[in-house]
Write a protein that binds this ligand. Structure first.
Ligand code: HMG
Ligand code: MG
Length: 291
């Protein structure tokens, strides 16, 4: 049997959050429904953040209400604080699903933490502690993100030690898998491997994911560096949508279609339905064009 790789699709969130124009709710839901039925392990469908800061995610509750929720696929939302948690819970009560997952996010660097979350790394952890406790009490599965794992758009290169500390701090709140974000795509296989070597001292490979933006065209090479160190969980965005509005120079997540093609070439099983992913990629590209 082929070895499995888990794909976490972030296009509807990490992709669309960066689009300048308005994306129609119906288009967003059509994209998510295509992706959640495409054999992927997880689809990130939105976020409960300040809508003035990320207007493209303001309709996440409506998305939850309108999409298919009966699929064999985790449906993930980002939550930054208790206000976001309460909004998620209200939306989930109106649109119940067994497979919701909440992702909490911090940065390994202070500069990006300030730009993204309007607070220090330590303050972001303090804000997240009650969110994590509430999710645990409610039986909602968690995922963590650490951004800027090799480079920060404000502070420059980030030390592996800072990433290991951030991963350990998140996992001290509660056991959770953590996705390691190369937010601006500056990582190279060597820097990614050096970062991972230190992070693997605080978390096992099966609890880590790679989230490589493809700004510099190195995302697939970075995935392979992470594969060599035992990671089997990767984030990507269909059609290569993506970026973070608070990280200058961060367009373009690794494209899901490129990731599944490379995994197939390496003899690794993703479970992805290539035809559906191709359709979703076309829809994503049209949405980008229309925005
Ligand atoms: P803050 O600015 O510190 O907020 O927000 P505050 O607590 O001072 O409140 C300011 C206003 O925000 C208030 O409204 C709050 O009600 C409102 P006002 O009184 O002015 O009318 N507010 C909220 N509204 C809706 N939902 C909420 C919420 N919280 C406060 N949850 C906050 C802190 C984090 C919310 C804000 O700074 C924010 O929304 N930031 C955007 C974060 C974001 O979505 N970033 C992009 C995703 S992260 C990413 O892309 C990286 C990743 O892909 C990995 C990688 O690539 O590295 C995951
Ligand atoms: Mg990202």
């Amino acid at each position: 049997m082929k070895e499995a790789v888990r794909i976490h699709e972030v296009g509807p969130r990490d992709g669309l959050q960066n689009e300048p124009g308005v994306i129609a709710l119906a288009d967003k839901m059509a994209l998510i429904d295509l992706l959640s039925g495409a054999g992927l392990a997880e689809v990130e469908i939105g976020s409960f953040v300040n809508p003035r800061r990320v207007p493209q995610m303001a309709d996440t509750a409506a998305v939850m209400a309108g999409i298919r929720r009966d699929r064999d696929c985790d449906l993930t939302v980002l939550v930054p604080n208790m206000q976001g948690w309460r909004d998620f819970r209200l939306a989930a009560a109106a649109a119940p699903a067994a497979r919701y997952r909440v992702a909490v996010f911090i940065s390994a660097s202070e500069g990006f933490s300030r730009a993204n979350l309007n607070c220090s790394v330590a303050e972001s952890l303090t804000r997240l502690a009650p969110v994590v406790a509430a999710a645990q009490a409610a039986g909602v599965a968690l995922r963590g993100y650490v951004s800027c794992v090799t480079d920060c758009p404000f502070d420059g290169p980030v030390a592996p030690e800072a990433v290991a500390q951030a991963v350990a701090a998140l996992r001290a709140l509660a056991p959770m898998p953590v996705s390691l974000g190369d937010t601006i795509g500056k990582g190279r296989p060597k820097t990614v491997a050096a970062m991972l070597a230190r992070v693997l001292e605080v978390a096992p490979a099966r609890e880590l994911a790679g989230h490589f933006h493809d700004t510099g065209g190195w995302a697939l090479a970075n995935v392979e560096a992470a594969l060599d160190l035992g990671l089997r969980d990767f984030d990507s965005a269909v059609g290569g949508l993506g970026g973070c509005p608070f990280a200058p120079g961060a367009p373009g997540n690794l494209a899901t279609e490129a990731l599944i093609a490379r995994m197939a070439a390496l003899g690794l099983e993703t479970g992805a339905d290539h035809d559906r992913i191709a359709l979703a990629a076309e829809l994503a590209r049209n949405m980008r064009g229309a925005a």
